[in-house]
Design a protein around this ligand. Structure first.
Ligand SMILES: C[S@@+](CC[C@H](N)C(=O)[O-])C[C@H]1O[C@@H](n2cnc3c(N)ncnc32)[C@H](O)[C@@H]1O
Length: 394
């Protein structure tokens, strides 16, 4: 397989190129075994999660300045500290409370939440992490052992979902990392966009959509009240309803905070958004070509939050709110968290102010990132949803 690289992207080092070559060959064999095409969702799954090979399952840096992209917890502890305050109010209302974090990345969010909860004297009975990547799990274990040695005994890693949980579920940028189907609407029906190999490179190909995909698009069009136009290309995350459904099955009493970049269904499938919401990240450069650098670049898709909310409601959860990240942080006690830092030297305060801008400004992470809040049972609505709730837009 040839490894092309866009001239606008930073050059990958030789070891990364060699790794990507192995990932490409692995996916190439899967395509050959499937008769010449695999769905885009399968391609994305292998590129991100193939054991020992995929982006999340091999040793690249990924998060932070030395990696490919920066997430809110990596940007500043302020994010985790505000979220912890919201968790504390929920934890206080349930018996034997726990926190369950999906996809904990480097472990930074877990460290920040537990540190703040310890300060508030509101530590839960346990902090569980469910992480699909064995490599990241090892990294989280090492990081938490050194970052919060006095609290790490509260943390445990799960291999599968618990039977039930009372307390809080947290997931930051997990929904966008679930593999998505890509499709093109034709007047005569829905076609599934697949991945094939041509002249040694990955290329897009089409085939009739399988029933699951055709049904998902039919449901979207029914809700929109119109058929998508001929030639319209987009994504649908058929895995998300199952993931949210599992979360809903597990949560007995408490709340879930799901953060991600995303929009309502109406915006997701707006006529002018043909082309979809796929984004790839390599060394802090965002682009739209998922076929280059497999295994060493992140592939993500924005989230259809209407679909997420509908899946939650179908599982008996209540929507507590849907707000931008900026509104979540401001409504959730950003001012109190910042007051804790008031004694810092001036250079540290300036640095912090830059981080807060990154988290909250509309042109940065403040507006595109949202939080969907879900609850089950009697739970006081978390204060973070008190400002400019957009649930009705879903
Ligand atoms: C974009 S990273 C976000 C990491 C971290 N939450 C942060 O904000 O820095 C996505 C994370 O989700 C994990 N992940 C993907 N699918 C998952 C699933 N179904 N269950 C649990 N974790 C998952 C990945 O391995 C990775 O740790």
């Amino acid at each position: 397989m040839q490894q092309e690289q866009h001239s606008s992207l930073p050059q990958a080092d030789a070891a990364s190129v060699a790794h990507s070559q192995r990932v490409a060959q692995f996916i190439g064999r899967k395509i050959a075994a499937a008769g010449g095409k695999i769905s885009f969702a399968e391609y994305m799954h292998h590129a991100l999660y193939a054991p020992g090979l995929g982006y999340y399952c091999a040793g690249t840096t990924k998060f932070g300045e030395a990696g490919d992209y920066i997430t809110a917890p990596e940007t500043s502890s302020v994010f985790g500290h505000v979220l912890a305050r919201q968790c504390a109010s929920v934890l206080a209302e349930v018996e034997s409370p726990s926190i369950l974090e999906f996809g904990a990345g480097s472990g930074k969010l877990a460290a920040d939440i537990l540190t703040m909860l310890a300060e508030m004297d509101a530590i839960p009975d346990s902090y569980k992490i469910l992480e699909v990547s064995a490599e990241l799990r090892e990294r989280q274990e090492a990081f938490l052992a050194s970052a919060i040695p006095e609290l790490v005994d509260r943390v445990s890693w799960l291999d599968r979902l618990p039977e039930q949980l009372s307390g809080v579920i947290v997931a930051n940028e997990v929904l966008d990392a679930l593999p998505v189907e890509r499709f093109v609407r034709r007047d005569h029906g829905v076609m599934q966009l697949c991945v094939a190999v041509k002249d040694g490179s990955f290329v897009s190909a089409e085939r009739d959509a399988p029933d699951t995909l055709a049904t998902a698009i039919a449901a979207i069009e029914e809700q929109l009240g119109r058929q998508l136009p001929d030639g319209y290309v987009s994504e649908v995350c058929t895995a998300a309803p199952q993931w949210i459904g599992d979360l809903g099955r597990v949560l007995r009493h408490g709340a879930a905070f799901l953060f991600d970049y995303g929009v309502s269904r109406r915006e997701y499938y707006a006529p002018e958004r043909s082309g979809g919401w796929l984004r790839c990240h390599f060394r802090h450069h965002a682009h739209a070509d998922p076929f280059i650098l497999p295994g060493i670049q992140d592939i993500t898709a924005w989230v259809d939050f209407s679909a997420a909310a509908a899946a939650a409601v179908a599982r008996g959860l209540d929507v507590a709110g849907f707000v931008t990240q900026a509104q979540f942080l401001i409504g959730g006690g950003l001012d109190q968290v910042l007051a804790d830092f008031a004694e810092l030297p001036i250079d540290a305060q300036l640095k912090l102010s830059g981080q807060v801008k990154l988290l909250t400004l509309p042109g940065q992470m403040g507006e595109n990132f949202k939080c969907l809040g879900l609850t089950r049972g009697r739970i006081t609505r978390p204060a973070a949803f008190g400002l400019a709730d957009r649930t009705t837009s879903l």
